[in-house]
Design a protein around this ligand. Structure first.
Ligand SMILES: *[C@@H]1O[C@H](CO)[C@@H](O)[C@H](O)[C@H]1NC(C)=O
Ligand SMILES: *[C@@H]1O[C@H](CO)[C@@H](O)[C@H](O)[C@H]1NC(C)=O
Length: 551
């Protein structure tokens, strides 16, 4: 149901809200019933750019500067409302022939293959100058009207990955006169990078329109797993390490719509939750090669002295991971003002939600939209106002080198949150932050042996799982907290038997490398084959809490 021409996205959003009542067929494990889909507001087979003239475009094609089939759209962002709404998309330089890496859409022309207008200009997108935008995977618009552009500085990730420039952040003020004034620019220093660092995702933490300068950005390094924290006011950054940022070995194999590949990608999806009553926010994150969700208080991340030298055990225990798992790997994610997390489920071609007030267990994870044709591989996902925006890219085909330029590959999809979550435990009654309590079903993955194996209950939720709640006990939706807490056996944990391995006093040495297969890697670079896990075992070592086959 795609009208050929529509005046503005506002109209499209209105349509999405009023006329799409498609019922979806059986949704499998996560058990949602009939759901509306997401509305496609732009789609492309291959993309084209707005060139100054036809001659310039044709010569770019002749010289190989522009190879249409090599341009992959990866992320989407939007700013403003109604007919002043501006939409941005990224096209990282994964292969040669990508003339610009960040663009704005001229969507009013047509939702079918709207041309990309390089942002903020063609000049900014020229290669060869590290002040320019080299290869942007993802962006983030903050509540101060600024577009945070994370430039990986890395091109040709499918052919050796050339790190032609250091990774950097460039922040544009979208409200100014020309709507593209640079208000900050920061290059991550050498000592915070590793040889194969690849920065792909940025989440911005601003505490309100009155404190725009007090912003922090959290940047995901997917191949040398780490979060880079940038403190805008102090103009400094630091590197944060945690075991939970690594790929999980048994979830490094992907099977998406018939495409099978291995990709040991670490931290990938990230989203900053709303401000909680205690003034703190949580950063949610997950590795691409994983089926668990993690989170850490931003208070921990924002304190640079927590990450001075070696990881401090007390600090690493402040990183949490869900014990239960989702049904497949997830791509990008975003969280709304109510604390509801939205994420793409890659094997299911679906959008799912989790109300972060409730435990991360399957009754609280809902598929809220699914379409096997239009929602393949959510590589971009944003919560913008009261809507979820998704960029689906069929990236699995890029991974296995089976691109189909004759099919629609890239889509921008939008849906109102209220429609998506209706009837699920993601629909939060009351005001945005009522009852936003700290719920922790996970606890740190790695613990001292005594805690790890001292008291596992038959359900698998042993005494080593911290599960504590705030003062209020919310019970939303069909499956409230109470149920979730008291029927663990219903979620597949009854068969849990711990198998501590001999010599399980193991920690991940800093030499841990991910292993790459095939010729390349998606949003990630190829890297050396690594030794995997091996114990180095100093006295104060930490241990896998789970037997390795529970990853
Ligand atoms: C921020 O720090 C970087 C490097 O440490 C420096 O090059 C840059 O000039 C600083 N920017 C501002 C606005 O002070
Ligand atoms: C920051 O971290 C250090 C070291 O972990 C700690 O001593 C200090 O109290 C923290 N500061 C704040 C404001 O939390």
């Amino acid at each position: 149901m795609i009208p050929p021409r529509l005046a503005a996205v506002a109209t499209l959003l209105w349509l999405a809200a009023s006329c799409s009542a498609t019922l979806l067929p059986g949704l499998g494990a996560l058990g949602a019933q009939g759901r509306r889909g997401m509305e496609v507001v732009a789609e492309w087979r291959t993309v084209d750019f707005v060139y100054p003239s036809r001659v310039v475009r044709e010569s770019a094609i002749l010289t190989g500067e522009f190879v249409p089939k090599n341009v992959v759209v990866l992320d989407v962002d939007a700013y403003g409302e109604g007919k002043h709404q501006r939409i941005f998309v990224t096209t990282p330089r994964l292969k040669p022939g990508v003339p610009a890496t960040l663009s704005e859409l001229s969507i009013e022309e047509s939702i079918v293959s709207p041309k990309l207008r390089p942002f903020p200009s063609w000049a900014w997108n020229e290669q060869g100058d590290c002040d320019n935008l080299i290869s942007v995977f993802r962006t983030s618009v903050d509540q101060c009207g600024r577009l945070w552009v994370l430039d990986s500085g890395t091109v040709n990730v499918f052919a050796g990955a050339d790190r032609v420039c250091p990774p950097k952040l460039v922040v544009f003020d979208l409200r100014g006169r020309d709507g593209a004034e640079v208000v900050a620019r920061y290059t991550f220093p050498k000592e915070q990078r590793e040889p194969t660092t690849l920065t792909i995702t940025v989440a911005v933490d601003v505490r309100g329109p009155d404190s725009c300068r007090d912003a922090f950005a959290y940047v995901a390094d997917v191949t040398e797993p780490a979060i880079l924290v940038y403190d805008m006011r102090r103009n400094r950054s630091w590197r944060v390490l945690s075991n939970l940022l690594y790929p999980y070995p048994l979830h490094g194999s992907f099977k998406i719509n018939g495409a099978e590949f291995d990709l040991m990608d670490g931290v990938f999806g990230m989203a900053v939750g709303p401000v909680m009553p205690d003034g703190d926010r949580r950063l949610f994150f997950h590795s691409l090669a994983s089926v668990r969700e993690s989170w850490v208080s931003t208070r921990v991340l924002r304190n640079q002295s927590n990450f001075a030298d070696e990881p401090i055990p007390a600090v690493s225990r402040l990183f949490h991971v869900s014990e239960p798992r989702r049904t497949s790997q997830a791509g990008a994610e975003g969280v709304d003002a109510n604390g509801v997390l939205f994420f793409g489920l890659l094997s299911e071609n679906a959008l799912a939600c989790w109300n972060t007030r409730l435990p991360y267990v399957s009754p609280n994870l809902h598929i809220v939209a699914k379409d096997d044709k239009t929602m393949q591989f959510a590589s971009g996902l944003k919560v913008i106002g009261r809507h979820v925006w998704m960029l689906s890219s069929r990236f699995q085909n890029v991974m296995v080198g089976r691109e189909r330029p004759d099919e629609v590959n890239y889509r921008v999809l939008v849906a109102p949150i209220a429609d998506l979550v209706a009837g699920t435990s993601c629909a939060v009654p009351g005001g945005p932050l009522d009852n936003l309590v700290e719920v922790d079903t996970g606890g740190p993955l790695f613990r001292p042996p005594s805690a790890a194996y001292g008291g596992l209950s038959p359900s698998g939720f042993g005494s080593s799982s911290s599960m504590y709640f705030g003062s209020t006990q919310p019970s939303y939706g069909p499956s409230g907290l109470h149920d979730a807490l008291h029927s663990h056996h219903g979620y597949g944990f009854s068969q849990y038997t711990p198998h501590p391995r001999p010599g399980a006093n193991t920690q991940q040495p800093s030499s841990y490398h991910q292993q790459h297969h095939g010729s390349g890697s998606g949003p990630s670079a190829s890297g050396p084959s690594g030794s995997g896990f091996s114990g180095t075992g100093p006295g104060d070592s930490i241990v896998f809490r789970d037997p390795v086959d529970r990853f």
